[in-house]
Ligand binder design. Sequence first.
Ligand SMILES: Nc1ncnc2c1ncn2[C@@H]1O[C@H](COP(=O)(O)OP(=O)(O)OP(=O)(O)O)[C@@H](O)[C@H]1O
Ligand SMILES: [Mg+2]
Length: 225
Amino acid sequence: MIIAVANSKGGVGKSTLAVHLAAWLDKQGHRVTLADCDTQQSSSQWIREAAPQVKTLCMRDPDTIINELPLLAEETDYVVADGPGSLAETSRALLLVADQAIVPCKASMLEIRALDAATKVLRQAQKIRVGPPKATIVLSMVGKNYRLTQDMREAAALLKLPITPTFMTLRQIYADAPGQAAVVWHMGSRAREAAVEVERLFRELLPEAVASSHPAGRKRQAAAT
Ligand SMILES: Nc1ncnc2c1ncn2[C@@H]1O[C@H](COP(=O)(O)OP(=O)(O)OP(=O)(O)O)[C@@H](O)[C@H]1O
Ligand SMILES: [Mg+2]
């Protein structure tokens, strides 16, 4: 399965989500590859340190993405592709081959309104492919006491994009994680709430990937206990 973390808006939390998702899927016992499709290559560097078992490669050329990403997906259980902050052609290529798209978005009306433009390429891909990729919004960098308002719900509904019940809260620990070459569940008690939050979020996004729901993960869990 190819999962693209995509929003053509920069700095919305794509790489933070992609690295945690790839490391979490690995923890559930899957074979995972992180395809870093951003020019900054920050996520591939981060995951190499935080979860070295996850394979990484950098892919920015649209032709390479269209030709090689599906082949890569045959050799691995999950490919998590970290999309670029701009580069429409790279995003387009990614969304033409992805099975699922996760769209991180900051929680403000302005950002949700900007999503219409930022997800244009997503809708083009869905139109060409008559359906896929299945796309979901994850609100990111959300204030601790934030509640989803009706106008936000309506704006997302207009775009036909569901929002996960769990958000990624604005927490210093997420910003500290790459500098410490870690993912939040390896960062001790200070990161506990963040670790619980991402676990809940990924279970919502990919219930079938949870270790206890597939044979390889159950075996790995049994071996660990
Ligand atoms: N939930 C969060 N709480 C606090 N800081 C965060 C959170 N998520 C991301 N950040 C920080 O915000 C900045 C942007 O995040 P990130 O690099 O993940 O976004 P991006 O969408 O991949 O950006 P780009 O479009 O430039 O690739 C980084 O400094 C990151 O550490
Ligand atoms: Mg990024």
